[in-house]
Design a protein around this ligand. Structure first.
Ligand SMILES: [Zn+2]
Length: 206
């Protein structure tokens, strides 16, 4: 039987990884499910080979190169050989780093066809308030909105519900033209509401 896709998406500082870790815990402890955790190798915040929430709770994860999502299938196969049994669930954190072009949509579909359940967590929107990677595409693999969880945080400026990540470079709002994924540099992020989110240089709609 085809597996089930579940998606946890939302803003930064909204507890996506905490939600993922909690669900993995419950599946492992109470559902006796074998869960394999994957993450993009670009995510260095959590440390090598781990997913980690802001409370410091960590779980082991296999790293997948972002431009080669096909490695997901290889990683599942290799880990099954290593541990000697089939996994029930494949969990993927920071799924936004896989673009549609990486093939992640078709690869997750393949996992579902091969009877794995898949649970993925990712940022819905980037610092521009625009779709980040394949996160929103993956709604297409969910069988109903009950399988989609949308998490928001609170605005650091005014306390209202915050749906947008504010990127700051040396403390100032990053311009629209800066790259979607910035590695290194003195950047930081805050959760902001639509009113408090600042995006200098945003082009007008033609
Ligand atoms: Zn605000």
């Amino acid at each position: 039987m085809r597996g089930t896709m579940k998606l946890i998406m939302g803003n930064m500082f909204a507890g996506k990884t905490t939600e993922l870790i909690t669900r993995i815990d419950i599946m492992r402890k109470h559902g006796r499910k074998k869960v394999l955790i994957l993450k993009p190798s670009i995510d260095t915040r959590s440390g090598a080979g781990k997913i980690k929430n802001f409370h410091g709770r960590a779980m082991d994860a296999i790293e997948i190169p972002i431009n080669h999502a096909k490695s997901v299938l290889q990683a599942v196969h290799e880990e099954e050989l290593r541990v000697g049994n089939k996994f029930d669930v494949i969990a993927i954190d920071e799924v936004q780093f896989f673009t549609f072009r990486s093939g992640i949509y078709r690869i997750i579909n393949e996992l579902l066809e091969n009877e794995y359940d898949v649970i993925a967590a990712g940022l819905r929107l980037d610092f521009r308030g625009e779709p980040f990677g394949s996160t929103l595409d993956l709604v297409g693999l969910c069988e109903g909105m009950h399988n989609v969880t949308l998490l928001s945080s609170f605005c650091t400026m005014c306390g209202k519900p915050a749906h947008l990540p504010q990127r700051l470079i040396d403390g100032d709002p990053a311009p629209y033209e800066s790259t979607q994924i910035q590695v290194g540099g003195k950047e930081s992020y805050e959760a902001r509401c639509y009113e408090c989110h600042k995006l200098p240089g945003r082009p007008s709609v033609q």
